[in-house]
Write a protein that binds this ligand. Structure first.
Ligand SMILES: Nc1ncnc2c1ncn2[C@@H]1O[C@H](COP(=O)(O)OP(=O)(O)OP(=O)(O)O)[C@@H](O)[C@H]1O
Length: 223
């Protein structure tokens, strides 16, 4: 089953064209690495897939649903439930304890607080930081912050997980541990995982590498 389908995506920042017609299909359970030189359009592609940016041309389908055919509210709801996004610096809410940070997508989707906390606690355990449930983000290491971001991205059971440089701010050992957590949790959920990366280790963990150059796919390699 195709979880994420991008068709002929074009995107420009004012006069700076970042994507010039990119098409990509990702199956449920598949792990894809997006690679390429700095500025080739990797993050822009991820942001279009996440619905953070709206492409100038082309379509984004999530579990068969075209995002452009939805109202803004329906699109936001679909994004909250079907997509988990892990950005480079975690992007946790500074004043909230981790348990609340991780529960946030469920609380926003209208779940009861006790139920949301129960799921959040399970995911904190899954990523190995259950002892930090009451800590606030400033009390965490970089690796713990990224683990929390992964827990938050996965707590609502998304079918697609999108990660931008998930190991970017970490040393190689912490990066490897985090990659293992991300890959194993996505596999455990059967979610499609798309990771933007400069890191060969991350690319090696994927089933497929897609290399961008100047806003187009230069080549694809099955790994
Ligand atoms: N907010 C922005 N405003 C204007 N141009 C932008 C903006 N963000 C990105 N760009 C440009 O769009 C192009 C693609 O950028 P993008 O960040 O997608 O590349 P990238 O491959 O992710 O780069 P990196 O590996 O350095 O993160 C680049 O030329 C970049 O300068």
């Amino acid at each position: 089953m195709i979880a994420l389908e991008l068709t002929d995506i074009e995107y420009s920042y004012r006069r700076n064209t970042a994507l010039r017609g990119v098409s990509l299909q990702v199956e449920a359970g598949e792990i894809v690495a997006i690679t390429g030189a700095s500025g080739c359009g990797k993050s822009t592609l991820l942001h279009c897939a996440a619905g953070i940016l709206t492409p100038d041309k082309g379509s984004v389908r999530l579990d068969g649903q075209d995002l452009a055919e939805l109202s803004a509210d329906a699109r936001a709801a679909l994004r909250r439930t079907k997509i988990g996004v892990v950005l480079q610096f975690g992007q946790l809410v500074p004043d909230l304890p981790l348990i609340d940070n991780v529960a946030l997508p469920l609380l926003l989707a209208g779940h009861q607080r006790s139920e949301a906390h129960e799921h959040a606690r399970e995911w904190l355990t899954q990523v190995g930081i259950q002892d930090e449930a009451d800590a606030v983000p400033s009390e965490l290491s970089g690796g713990q912050t990224q683990r929390a971001a992964i827990a938050r991205a996965l707590v609502s059971g998304p079918s697609v997980v999108l990660a931008d440089e998930p190991t970017g701010s970490l040393d190689s050992r912490a990066g490897k541990e985090l990659l293992d957590v991300l890959v194993s949790t996505a596999r455990y959920r059967g979610a499609a995982l798309v990771m933007v990366t400069h890191d060969n280790l991350v690319a090696a963990a994927a089933n497929r590498e897609i290399r961008l150059r100047d806003g187009v796919i230069q080549h694809e390699v099955a790994l």
